[in-house]
Design a protein around this ligand. Structure first.
Ligand code: K7E
Ligand code: CUA
Ligand code: CA
Length: 636
């Protein structure tokens, strides 16, 4: 460890006092410099010593299970990944906004039904995975995640680890920040639409300063996965989080300028955090005080200031400058906005918010109780449940541990050093996430830091590098780097839950709603899916029903006419855990997974005459290679 990482004083002299704010050229300049010179680096000896100790702590031997589930966003790759902590082993991938060849996600009828209209998009960009909660603790039921690229929110059922609902958020562009209501339970998903657009967006107005150009805060019914309501805001929206009373949520805004270019977005020294009074918004919706936009029936509330006056459900708290992350401390006391272009974090006291909404506090800055200087480029803060925050410093390539109550004392003018430690991370960290940190049960054991640059940490892979997710032990007074974990583009964020909080099924339930529509269709055809092997002709539509049991399909050959639309429906009647089958029709772009007791179906056109083999793609048996069949296509 370098001296710099141990002694905040040194950094104070060498770093922070350089400037209190970064301008456009400084921000880009500093980022480039840090990238080019590799940021701060540990010596080889100190790293080797640390690594030795680390190995004993993170060792999860063959056959042993990890302590925590980690759910990683797959970024612009579009999936969710499941890791074990502390081993950082990848356990599973859950396709969501991408197309996946192994499971047939985006190819099967069941997954296309989940994707709905948006099945036409083959890409996604997910950032923020969050687990549903009851009374401020993970209940293990769902995981929600945003898609910035195509303005969607997805829900994953954690009992089967499959995506079961996708909602395209109307009237908006680019869902970025996403968090869940924590208390009394996750009734709502809160989703920030990032970009300001004209309303209606019909090509007649392009001016972002127009009063009908705005973006909205989106409140989604988590159980129905339907829009509950939307709130128009001033400026734009970046990240969000909710409190532990169920009343408030807060979002950062970096583009209060409503600018369209870099210089414009950095013009103001302060942007803001917008706080939403969810209860007041619900009341306004109930009272019918909303508008609707275009064909959409979603209630829309106006949360903008009018003639300098606040709406009944929003307050704007000025904070420096282009803030990014928004994080609620697990004691429920504070919203913390991360300054990005300011070296500070702004600490907002949630118990002062009722007075701000009631008008007892006149100046919105009165709810700010601390604004500690932490280092260059603070992006996200996480917590250990012992009163400390851990903030990623993008430009400094460090994780800064600081004490929240000491920062509050310093803000009042006391001479206290609130910085506990700075640890080099490799390199340019975005999000960080501590175990259970979004709940009352934050246990202060592990932090994962998601670094954007890996540079020299792994065997080279050509111009495109992996990210580097570092595991840090925070259980003691000192943070200790334990493990580098290369990941593919780009886990913006992750979440960790205790392994006992996630309960999964070993095999499918035959009544599972995931394939209930397919079962209904089969019943209409008079098919008993677990027993029948049958080909049904319906004009130029052919429906092939078959079972699978290692190592055979119930139907080993069928004949169709060139141009027929063929739907193959397979029910895996194996009852044995882990015996998944696949179905691939060669040269037809057809592939799917059929796990024990699951029914899967896929539809394609038999457009080529001749013999076409199909085979099982999931290795299921010593005779797996022999698990095949033939489709005979007669020329039209
Ligand atoms: Cu900071 Cu999308 Cu949460 Cu990336 S976001 S880092
Ligand atoms: Cu069935 Cu491989
Ligand atoms: Ca700004």
């Amino acid at each position: 460890m370098s001296d710099k990482s141990k002694n905040p004083e040194t950094l104070e002299k060498g770093g922070l006092s350089r400037r209190s704010f970064l301008g456009a050229s400084a921000m880009t300049g500093a980022a480039v410099a840090a990238t080019a010179f590799g940021g701060a680096v540990m010596t080889r000896e100190s790293f080797a010593a640390a690594a030795k100790e680390a190995r004993s702590k993170i060792e999860v031997g063959p056959g042993e299970l990890d302590e925590y589930y980690g759910f990683w966003s797959g970024g612009h790759q579009g999936e969710v990944r499941v890791l074990g902590i502390p081993s950082m082993r990848e356990i599973m991938r859950i396709p969501v906004f991408n197309v996946d060849s192994a499971t047939g996600w985006g190819l099967t009828n069941e997954s296309k039904a989940v994707l709905g209209e948006s099945a036409k998009y083959k890409n996604g960009d997910c950032h923020h995975p969050h687990i549903s909660m009851t009374d401020g603790k993970y209940d293990g039921k769902y995981l929600f995640i945003n898609d910035k690229a195509n303005t969607r929110v997805a829900r994953i059922r954690l009992d089967i680890m499959k995506c079961d609902k996708i909602l395209t958020v109307p009237n908006c562009q680019a869902i970025h920040g996403l968090r869940l209501q924590k208390v009394p339970h996750t009734k709502y998903v809160f989703a920030n639409a990032e970009f300001v657009i004209p309303h209606p967006n019909d090509g007649k107005v392009f001016d972002l300063q127009d009063e009908n150009s705005y973006t909205m805060y989106n409140v989604i019914d988590a159980e129905k996965m339907e829009m509950a309501f939307q709130i128009i805001v001033d400026g734009n929206l970046d990240n969000t989080d909710a409190d532990y009373t169920g009343r408030f949520a807060a979002s950062t805004c970096y583009n209060s300028e409503k600018a369209y270019d870099l210089g414009g977005m950095m013009r103001n020294e302060r942007d803001w955090v917008v706080v939403f009074d969810i209860h007041a918004a619900e009341k306004a919706v109930k009272a019918g005080k909303f508008i609707t936009l275009g064909d959409s029936k979603v209630p829309v509330l106006d949360g903008r200031k009018k003639d300098g006056k606040d709406s009944e459900f929003t307050r704007y708290i000025p904070v420096p400058k282009n803030p990014h992350g928004c994080n609620t401390s697990p004691d429920g006391k504070y919203f913390i906005a991360n300054g990005k272009l300011s070296p500070t974090c702004t600490v907002i006291a949630i118990d002062k918010l009722p007075d701000l909404f009631d008008g007892k506090l006149k100046d919105p800055r009165d709810v700010v109780v601390a604004e500690p200087e932490l280092g260059l480029g603070p992006l996200h803060t996480t917590f250990d449940g012992r009163g400390n925050g851990y903030t990623t410093l993008f430009i400094d390539s460090q994780l800064c541990k600081w004490n929240i109550e000491d920062a509050i004392r310093a803000y009042k003018g006391e001479k206290v050093n609130y910085i506990r430690q700075k640890l080099d991370v490799h390199y340019q960290p975005g999000h960080n996430h501590a175990s259970l940190c979004e709940t009352r049960e934050a246990d202060g054991k592990w932090v994962v830091v998601l670094s954007k640059f890996s540079k020299d940490r792994f065997l080279p892979t050509g111009p495109l590098h992996p990210e580097n997710d570092q595991l840090i032990d925070i259980s003691g007074d000192e943070m200790k780097l334990m493990h580098d974990g290369p990941t593919f583009a780009e886990p913006h964020d992750c979440i960790m839950a205790r392994r006992d909080q996630i309960k999964t099924k070993k095999i499918w339930d035959r009544n599972d709603p995931f394939f209930a529509e397919t079962v209904k269709r089969a019943e209409k055809d008079g098919i008993n899916l677990t027993a029948d092997n049958k080909v049904i002709r319906d004009g130029n539509k052919v429906r092939v029903y078959m079972t699978s049991m290692a190592p055979t399909y119930g139907v080993n050959e069928f004949t169709v006419k060139q141009g027929d639309e063929v739907t193959v429906t397979i029910t895996n009647i194996d009852q044995i855990e882990d015996v998944s089958h696949g179905f691939v029709m060669v040269n037809h772009g057809v592939s799917m997974e059929i796990s024990p007791q699951q029914t899967s179906s896929i539809t394609f056109v038999a457009d080529k005459p001749g013999l076409h083999w199909y085979y099982c793609s999931w290795f299921c048996h010593a005779l797996h290679m022999e698990m095949v069949g033939r489709m005979m296509v007669e020329p039209a």
